[in-house]
Design a protein around this ligand. Sequence first.
Ligand code: ATP
Ligand code: MG
Length: 337
Amino acid sequence: MALDRPRALSGIQPTAGSFHLGNYLGAIRQYVALQETHDAFYTVVDLHAITVPQDPAELRANSRLAAAQLLASGLDPDRCTLFIQSHVPEHAQLGWVMNCLTGFGEASRMTQFKDKSAKHGADRATVGLFTYPILQVADILLYQANHVPVGEDQRQHIELTRDLADRFNGRFGETFTVPEPYIVKETGKIYDLQDPTVKMSKSASTPKGIVSLLDEPKVSAKKIKSAVTDLETEIRFDEEKKPGVSNLLTIYSTLTGTAIAELERRYEGKGYGALKTDLSEVLVEWVTPFRERTQEYLGDPATLDGILAKGADKARAVAAETLADAYDKVGFLPAVR
Ligand code: ATP
Ligand code: MG
């Protein structure tokens, strides 16, 4: 791997069997692009997934499925490092150090925690859910990442990462690269099809609001056709007044590489039905080969496991070096072996 390249790191949770369109457009597309320009590390963050209850057998299956979907999206194990977070114990180890640098009030300001704990009931939220942004800080800093490709919902966590990197460096001496978020403005937040004011989400969207990439294509087509729009008829990009239509235009534009202005021209005088029918066809064309490729990776577990084993080795080599430096700076006595 070329050492002169900047580093990229990102993670995705195995909290559901299938990724959704927001994950792909907001994050994974950028993972694929950054393989060409960065020394890129991508991880299936199973430690994060257990911040909400998970069935063990399902979690295992979903972790495999997540890796298969990342490969099907275009990640190439020869051009990036793909691994399972729990295979690299340094994440939890540096996570502890970062916990001890974070203020309680600072952690309490994380809006993802507020949203998710409200959903699960404040008394059922775990301490893990509260501190997961701090584990995410460790995920990023271990790899000395320069850029972190994520959706808009993660911006606050990257800010926290920058603050903690600065704090550690200031207190103990230069140790961590201070990372920048890599968020694509147009697709950083893909909205729920039934409630276009909130983000599409694996754990929070209703079945009709989310396009799951592994669903039967005709199910996804139907969801596009019944997406909530507005009472007008004009096809125009206006996120404030027309969030539903704007969301559909964003999806259409990104999947086909057509400018939104061109789509507005093309659909002038046509109704929402025409836009939805065409977009549902575009989507079917995209998800059909994606599903096939995912199935191919799942059908060959030895190859998949081999890719993940090699990825974990490569990740550990980097993570262990950073952790050793951080442990030393903090003042831990080196273990004599
Ligand atoms: P959960 O609801 O379990 O948190 P999620 O749908 O938010 O799941 P994650 O695995 O937490 O998915 O996020 C993976 C990546 O996808 C992150 O970079 C996140 O910012 C991005 N992402 C998630 N939802 C969207 C969305 N609706 N639009 C754009 N990006 C998104
Ligand atoms: Mg999320």
